[in-house]
Design a protein around this ligand. Structure first.
Ligand code: 13P
Length: 256
């Protein structure tokens, strides 16, 4: 069974100017000890406007830069959009795709998620595909069918030989920014289902090697029990990643 390197990522959403973001990144590196983070891959996804500034801070470290979204065309008359090559050019290695806030407020669908994943892979960006059910869907017993559709439709026709860089983020919508974390058992149950689905679609070895991370009110106080679960390979952290101190505590969960 392949080892899956734990992946702890911060999604800064629409917070911080470029200067504020660069300062937080510097603070984070100071706390983590430049270049000494081992056994965990760390990524920060600041807003587009701070990618350049944060990228410069991270350049000499092992902390990776990520973007929060990407358009699917390589270039063109698409006012307001950002192309995958532009993100790669700024040093991005990862890109969040299909975050529930994008699905909820900006009309993203499983089909558009699929197109963005293909575009990211074409430019060597590792897609972090975000999936998860709403509270109403969970209450109606639809959690697994929702995840099934999101995974199947998002990964349909992906033929890139770089698909192995894919990370899946399970983020139950009812746990995002609410302080309501899924219990470690609830998260594990969903992650196991997701891994099973990946095995069905892409084979056992692909499923065994793919990182599935949890997102939704992750904090220093719950990361340890989440990471103890066999199918939880990391975290996508929103609110608690905005402060270097708390995010560093999450990254160093093994020291708790
Ligand atoms: P919170 O950690 O603020 O709940 O946000 C989770 C999230 O949406 C990360 O992408």
């Amino acid at each position: 069974m392949p080892q899956r390197m734990p992946f702890i990522a911060g999604n800064w959403k629409m917070y911080k100017t470029a200067a504020e973001a660069a300062r937080t990144a510097q603070d984070l590196l100071a706390r983590l000890g430049l270049g000494t983070i081992s056994g965990v891959e760390v990524m920060i996804a600041p807003p587009y406007t701070a990618l350049d500034a944060v990228g410069r801070v991270l350049a000499q470290s092992s902390v990776q830069l990520g973007a929060q979204n990407v358009f699917w065309a390589d270039e063109g008359a698409y006012t307001g959009e950002v192309a995958p090559g532009m993100l790669a050019d700024l040093g991005c290695r990862f890109v969040l795709i299909g975050h529930s806030e994008r699905r909820q407020y900006f009309g993203e669908t499983d089909e558009s998620v699929g197109r963005r994943i293909s575009a990211a892979l074409r430019h060597g960006l590792a897609p972090v595909m975000c999936i998860g059910e709403t509270e109403a869907q969970r209450d109606a017993g639809q959690t697994f069918s929702v995840l099934d559709k999101q995974i199947t439709d998002g990964l349909r026709n992906q033929i890139s030989d770089r698909l192995g860089t894919l990370v899946i983020a399970y983020e139950p919508v009812w746990a995002i920014g609410t302080g309501k974390t899924a219990t470690a058992d609830q998260a594990q149950e969903a992650h196991r289902f997701i891994r099973g689905k990946l095995a069905e679609l892409l084979g056992d070895s692909f499923a065994a090697a793919t990182r599935i991370v949890y997102g939704g009110s992750v904090k220093p106080g719950n990361i340890v029990e989440l990471m103890a679960m066999p199918d939880i390979d990391g975290a996508l952290v929103g609110g608690a990643s905005l402060k270097a101190e708390t995010f560093a505590d999450i990254v160093r969960y093994r020291a708790q």
